[in-house]
Design a protein around this ligand. Structure first.
Ligand code: PFF
Length: 447
């Protein structure tokens, strides 16, 4: 049977950008910037994104497109069947863990979209009321579970349809829409009186804030945001035409991801400052602080709807990429039909996600390593498994694969002059700089 693939360059690009741009940009990046000192954090983030993460992104792209297979088979076949195939299996399993808890936050976006559609934020309630609204909601049993179920169902339904007709079509329509929605909110936020303090916070660096911990957080966030270390980019790359340019596609994805994160910052921070609120309000920034802000601003009801539609769309274009990694594996290696693969994964992720969701309420007494079940999965995957996955991926490309094969894949057989010219630098970044930096920052972040 012929393997499905992306139908066009634009389609492949928006699908990859869709995977990268997600809750990481709209929900996580702004609050991490808030907590880690604003502009200084953004500067480290940009440096790490291009010096370390882009080479890893390219490494994943090379593995996927060279093999034209699912992530497990890519590692197995390119390494000649050695123990590296276990790394392949690792990159298939980790996205499922992330998908399980990602879907819980996706479910919160569904609920908040419903709330915004019934104009629940425009009743001029106090900030405390929004805190209570959020904590009552997440600690309840059924409403978050319903959101989680709807979100995961929507993810599975898009993935069932396939690459070209499902993932690509959805991303082609949704990504441009997402872009315009986020830009519109950012422009609006900049017109609010008092917005300047928020812009200053985002763009005036205070270098005393650059600590080892901030670097480790920035690196972890850059991995998360670019969907690295998970087999996602590898799997999408396996559906990309051999004629495409890996350098331009990878750079375009990294740049769009960064732009989205910065625009999200500009959409959120000025509004937070304009109403004299605290930018460091952690994960609640989007679900507590923003609804209050929407309630205060003129036309806030409409802006809230646009914002939560954007959040949901961004989350969905990412969650479909996580599910596709394991679907490709089950279909190609275990001979599942696409439908059965999606049903099986839906069931597995639903159960793990349900435990994460309930860990905010009925199961909050269960502690793993001092935190809730949700915290455990989030920390484990975004701080440890993802770093490990990225490290193993660069080591695989830099030290196991043949340099001539990587050159051949990256330069399309020596036919792309710019790629030929920068290959030497890229090779040093992949073989030496990225692994050393990852280990250094990881260990430094722990102490
Ligand atoms: N990059 C996504 C975001 O920023 O929300 C998250 C993500 C997608 C992580 C896909 C991992 C992944 F495989």
């Amino acid at each position: 049977m012929r393997r499905d693939s992306f139908g066009s360059r634009f389609g492949a690009l928006v699908a990859m950008a869709g995977s990268a741009v997600g809750l990481g940009n709209l929900w996580r990046f702004p609050y991490l910037v808030g907590e880690n000192g604003g502009a200084a954090f953004i500067i480290i983030y940009i440096l790490l994104s291009f010096l370390i993460c882009l080479p890893i992104f390219i490494s994943e792209f090379v593995i996927g497109r060279r093999s034209q297979k699912n992530a497990f088979a890519a590692f197995r076949d390119l390494s000649g069947g050695s123990a590296w195939r276990f790394v392949g299996l690792f990159t298939v399993i980790v996205p499922l863990i992330v998908l399980s808890y990602y879907s819980v936050i996706g479910g919160w976006s569904v609920e908040y979209l419903f709330k915004s559609l019934s104009f629940s934020f425009t009743e001029n309630a106090s900030q405390g009321a929004f805190h209570t609204m959020f904590s009552d909601f997440v600690s309840s049993t059924w409403a978050p579970l319903a959101g989680h179920t709807l979100f995961l169902l929507a993810t599975a339904m898009i993935v069932i349809v396939g690459i070209k007709d499902g993932i690509e079509k959805f991303s082609k329509v949704m990504m441009p829409m997402l872009f315009f929605m986020v830009i519109a909110i950012a422009i609006y936020a900049l017109t609010l009186p008092g917005a300047k303090a928020g812009v200053d916070y985002l763009f005036n660096p205070d270098f005393s804030k650059i600590t080892g911990k901030a670097c480790a957080t920035a690196l972890g966030q850059a991995f998360f945001s670019l969907s690295l270390g998970f087999g996602t980019i590898m799997t999408y790359a396996s559906y990309v035409n051999k004629k495409e340019n890996i350098l331009t596609q990878s750079t375009a994805t990294a740049v769009s991801d960064l732009m989205f994160a910065l625009i999200a910052g500009v959409a959120i921070m000025p509004a937070v400052f304009a109403f004299g609120l605290n930018p460091q309000s952690g994960p609640g920034l989007v679900f507590e602080t923003l609804p209050f802000v929407f309630g205060q601003m003129p036309a806030g009801g409409l802006i809230a709807i646009i914002f939560f539609v954007a959040l949901l769309v961004a989350a969905l274009t990412s969650s479909i990429s996580m599910m596709e990694v394991a679907v490709a594996y089950l279909v190609e290696e275990k001979k599942f039909s696409r439908l059965w693969a999606c049903i099986t994964l839906f069931a597995g992720c639903w159960i793990v996600g349900a435990l994460c969701s309930l860990s905010f309420g009925p199961l909050s007494h269960i502690k793993i390593d001092g935190g809730s079940i949700f915290d455990f999965f989030d920390n484990l995957s975004s701080n440890i498994l993802m770093t490990l996955g990225s490290l193993l991926t660069v080591l695989f490309v830099g030290w196991k694969l043949k340099k001539t094969d990587i050159y051949d894949e990256f330069t399309n057989g020596g036919t792309l002059p710019l790629n030929v010219r920068i290959f030497g630098v890229l090779w040093v970044l992949i073989r030496y700089v990225a692994p050393v930096a990852i280990i250094f920052i990881f260990v430094y972040g722990l102490i």
